[in-house]
Design a protein around this ligand. Structure first.
Ligand code: SF4
Length: 82
């Protein structure tokens, strides 16, 4: 079964953005390491064919650090189901 891809925003300028990143790593490295993985949001937005193909049909969960919801918006733009 395919792992769920957990994508945090890249909130470098906000403490909740930092917490989003830490939370994603906690999930994929400790809590659900056999069921979840993560990929860089920045890599996804490059439009790179390899990551686009990899993400085809994957289930995703985004974690955003503020109401701007950058990760959720970007994944929706890329056609991912959240
Ligand atoms: S959602 Fe966007 S603006 Fe808000 S902390 Fe994350 S990257 Fe920054």
């Amino acid at each position: 079964m395919s792992k769920v891809v957990v994508i945090p925003c890249s909130g470098m300028g906000k403490v909740y953005g930092l917490i989003a990143r830490e939370a994603a790593l906690k999930v994929v490295r400790e809590l659900k390491k056999d069921e979840a993985e993560t990929k860089c949001l920045a890599y996804l937005v490059t439009g790179d064919e390899e990551i686009k193909n990899y993400m085809q049909g994957k289930k995703c969960i985004t974690i955003d650090g503020c109401p701007k919801m950058c990760a959720a918006k970007m994944l929706r733009k890329l056609g991912q189901k959240l």
